[in-house]
Design a protein around this ligand. Structure first.
Ligand SMILES: Nc1ncnc2c1ncn2[C@@H]1O[C@H](COP(=O)(O)OP(=O)(O)O)[C@@H](O)[C@H]1O
Ligand SMILES: [Mg+2]
Length: 232
């Protein structure tokens, strides 16, 4: 579904990705983990077409991403929940969801009732201005917006950051539902223990490349990895 091969990218004269490679097969949940500033968000921006690929290749569902603008990458079937949850504060919850609705390539057709079933809190607050939502509710709305594009691949960049444990649990529960439905998911997150049952394969990112990949079980069997690369 997704393959990044030896990708180089950066900002102006500053290079950030030095041969970033990882894959996600259809229906897999994979992570990018690593300390701050290692290039995880830059990887997301590059795979969404927001930053040019300077070398290497990114393929989504058999289609090359290189040189496509962001809206064309989104149309390949990628839904992004960006770092720092961006919702339109002046719109209501429901208006936010409707604004991103699009016929997509995923096999599941998302509509308002299904989003409200997944996140009952959003249903309760559907007429509220999204500015009045709590941080956790805004994050749920950001996920709902991405789902309304009917994606094949969902990318979440630090979706649980700064949220209370009970809200994080709700987001993990929702991602488990999406996985069961066959969605392919790339998750960037710091809560390793909470991702344990969800993630099929972790990728440790260090200075712009993947330095280790393996299952959550393999990662926890080698505590020196978390110590060295994650500062845990
Ligand atoms: N807009 C930008 N312009 C220039 N440098 C940036 C920009 N965004 C991030 N960087 C730099 O790129 C590197 C990787 O950042 P980032 O991809 O955000 O890391 P992560 O998501 O792993 O914390 C850092 O050194 C950061 O300072
Ligand atoms: Mg980041």
């Amino acid at each position: 579904m997704l393959s990044a091969e030896d990708v180089r990218a950066g900002y102006g004269s500053s290079e950030v990705l030095f041969g970033m490679s990882f894959e996600a097969a259809r229906g897999e949940v994979v992570s990018l983990i690593g300390r701050n500033g290692m290039g995880k968000t830059t990887t997301v921006r590059t795979l969404m077409g927001m930053l040019p690929v300077r070398a290497g290749n990114i393929v989504i569902d058999g289609q090359p991403v290189v040189n496509r603008p962001p809206h064309a990458v989104a149309r390949l079937g990628v839904g992004l929940v960006p770092e720092g949850r961006r919702v339109f504060g002046s719109l209501t919850v429901e208006e936010n969801l409707v604004a991103t609705r699009r016929a997509g390539r995923g096999k599941v057709e998302w509509d308002l009732p299904r989003i409200y079933q997944l996140f009952p809190r959003l249903g309760e607050r559907r007429r509220q201005s999204s500015r009045t939502l709590s941080g956790g509710e805004q994050q749920m709305l950001a996920i709902g917006r991405a789902l309304m594009t009917n994606p094949l691949l969902l990318v979440l960049d630090e979706a649980t950051e700064g949220l209370a444990p009970i809200i994080r649990q709700e987001i993990w529960r929702c991602l488990a539902v999406l996985k069961r439905e066959g969605l392919t998911i790339v998750v960037i997150d710091k809560n390793l223990a909470e991702m344990q049952d969800l993630v099929d394969r972790h990728h440790i990112v260090e200075k712009g490349k993947v330095v280790w990949a393996g299952s959550p079980g393999e990662l926890s069997a080698q505590p020196e990895l978390a110590q060295r690369y994650l500062g845990l």
